[in-house]
Write a protein that binds this ligand. Structure first.
Ligand code: KDO
Length: 332
């Protein structure tokens, strides 16, 4: 991917957008419109957290307008939409950021994040400051807070028992389209196939793919259990998203509005996190009640294979010195 052209073009768009918006905001006394685009459903924990906590938290000065199921922007195009001033918020992945900033792949690597608490510790650690600053300066996007998506598990059609990555050979495993996601699919031993989240149910139903990976609450919320037969508890990525906001929209706010926006974002993320953790705790029993088999694979074999793949990859060359050590320290 030619970063220079994309980033340079985006940076000039960001500068123009910022000028326009700040002028507009200083003149208009109307409420700020905060459109959010995401591919998750409206019943997903993150949507509920944002609807119940973020919207009301900013209602005095902003109209929060969430667009779920990718109805406003397609998966993976949200950050560019924000950079170009066509969108104000998204629920972004580290993988999507890594398309613009390769150093973000350290936050996408399998078996690095250990828990929801670990995600919060890493997000708030000074080690993240240079990455956050770069995203603000070059993409015009501010990372507001980290949201817990859950432990990604392998979810397959058919009854082949999966114990190690060798058993994944030849399996067409749907992964999100971004390169860093495709790499994770390969590291798991599968043949990764890019499919956008809103099209995933149909891809499973038609057999276009043999399976997918997501946290169990997503398998339930998007009804993937209706078109699959088993889950394999690899827990290969304790996954997260970043709630993002346009830097231009943020800069047009008063300090009080910024403080209220930050507090509302953190409250939404925490509300969603507790819901998602509870859904995760209840998920295996529900999936078994729907007839799915739930297997415990050789997790050590998956962890060793995935970690070796990342450390041997070109991705690791982009990781800031000392960052992996610091992330591991924060897990203790
Ligand atoms: C997915 O497409 O599998 C994924 O889990 C990737 C995440 O980063 C995030 O985009 C998520 O989909 C959506 O929010 C839907 O849950």
């Amino acid at each position: 991917m030619t970063f220079t052209t994309t980033r340079r073009a985006l940076m000039s768009a960001v500068a123009a957008g910022a000028l326009l918006l700040s002028a507009g905001a200083s003149l208009a006394q109307d409420k700020i419109t905060l459109r959010l685009s995401s591919v998750n459903t409206e019943t997903d924990s993150r949507a509920i957290g944002l609807i119940e906590k973020f919207g009301p938290g900013v209602a005095e000065f902003a109209n929060f307008e969430p667009h779920w199921n990718g109805t406003l922007f397609k998966q993976g195009t949200e950050l560019e939409a924000i950079a170009r001033g066509n969108l104000e918020m998204s629920i972004a992945s580290a993988q999507e950021f890594s398309s613009f900033f390769p150093e973000f792949t350290i936050l996408t690597a399998g078996y690095v994040h250990q828990s929801a608490e670990h995600q919060i510790a890493v997000f708030n650690d000074p080690i993240m400051d240079p990455l956050k600053a770069k995203v603000e300066a070059e993409l015009g996007v501010k990372l507001l807070t980290v949201m817990y998506l859950g432990k990604r598990q392998i979810n397959l059609k058919g009854d082949k028992e999966i114990k190690t990555p060798a058993d994944m050979a030849g399996i067409k495993l749907r992964m999100p389209g971004t390169d860093a996601w495709q790499f994770l699919g390969s590291a798991l031993g599968a043949s990764p196939v890019p499919v956008a989240f809103p099209e995933l149910y149909t891809a499973l139903q038609t057999g276009a793919v043999d399976g997918q990976d997501n946290p169990l609450p997503s398998v339930i919320d998007s009804k993937f259990y209706e078109v699959t037969n088993q889950v394999v508890l690899t827990s290969h990525l304790v996954d997260l998203n970043y709630l993002t906001i346009s830097k231009a929209a943020w800069d047009a706010m008063t300090p009080e509005q910024q403080a209220a926006t930050q507090a509302a974002a953190d409250a939404a993320a925490e509300h969603a996190r507790q819901m998602q953790l509870q859904k995760e705790a209840d998920a295996v029993a529900f999936l078994e009640s729907q007839g799915l088999k739930v297997y415990e694979p050789d997790v050590a074999a998956f962890r060793d294979a995935v970690q070796a793949a990342y450390l041997a990859s070109d991705y690791a060359k982009d990781w800031p010195a000392g960052m992996l050590e610091r992330i591991n320290e924060l897990a203790k």
